[in-house]
Write a protein that binds this ligand. Structure first.
Ligand code: DC
Length: 231
């Protein structure tokens, strides 16, 4: 078995909502012994804190000022808990109101700047990680050794998200989820700052007809092949 040989290894996995990147990234990180960074959870954490504070997520300036003072931390458990100013908000991250609010938060250039900086610091600190989001290969870690982009047809992504929510004991209306996914796709792809794109030099995998295990296998094979190439 050949693992990538350099001492630092950054694997970026970008893609739209419900493309399976979180689950894939977490599993790949586990199997290759790399740190896992869920950057969507950081945007969701800010959204949850904004809502808990009773603020309007669309109030750009107030959110920017509020976010500048937030202390976001991932714990060491697996999967890690996200605390914001010492309060554990993990249980809120997938709630419907947070999911609705997060597009405004992700379109806020000040919040993005702050989280991009935080993600680069985590990258420097951990050295070897799988990081997933919308802009990891295109903006945050442009020089990453391995860049992947996962995609799938919108109805398939909606079905996967609904299953995930039901497994977590939460209600899930697939039609509504599809509408939310299409809305978030549009906002993620068209925002001025860090829009969702397939990064330059990234390998794009359409996972529509693949099982989760097949995607994980394909990603691991890709990481190993890159390791052999650079060895
Ligand atoms: O992957 P997710 O659904 O948890 O992401 C939540 C939101 O955060 C989604 O609207 C996209 C945004 N996001 C982003 O803009 N950049 C990232 N690196 C990660 C997520």
């Amino acid at each position: 078995m050949t693992e990538p040989s350099s001492s630092t290894l950054i694997v970026t996995i970008d893609g739209p909502a419900g493309s399976g990147k979180s689950t894939v990234a977490r599993q790949v990180a586990r199997q290759l012994g790399l740190y896992f960074l869920d950057t969507g959870a950081m945007y969701r954490g800010v959204a949850a804190a904004v809502l808990e504070a009773g603020m309007d997520p669309a109030d750009h300036d107030a959110v920017a000022e509020f976010a500048a003072d937030l202390d976001l931390r991932f714990g060491n458990e697996d999967p890690p808990h996200l605390t914001v100013n010492g309060v554990d908000l993990t249980h809120r991250l997938r709630d419907a109101d947070v999911t609705r609010a997060v597009s405004d938060i992700a379109a806020n250039a000040c919040v993005r700047r702050m989280l991009v900086r935080a993600q680069r610091l985590i990258g420097q600190d951990k050295g070897r990680l799988v990081t997933e989001g919308r802009d990891q290969g295109s903006v945050v870690f442009c020089e990453a050794q391995v860049k992947l982009y996962l995609d799938a047809a919108p109805p398939i992504r909606a079905r996967r998200r609904a299953l995930q929510l039901r497994e977590a004991g939460k209600p899930a209306d697939e039609t509504k989820i599809l509408q939310q996914i299409l809305y978030r796709d549009e906002r993620d792809r068209t925002r001025a700052d860090g829009p969702l794109v397939c990064p330059e030099n990234a390998t794009c995998i359409d996972t529509s007809d693949m099982t989760l295990d097949q995607v994980i296998e394909a990603v691991i094979a890709h990481v190993r092949a890159e390791g052999e190439r650079s060895a």
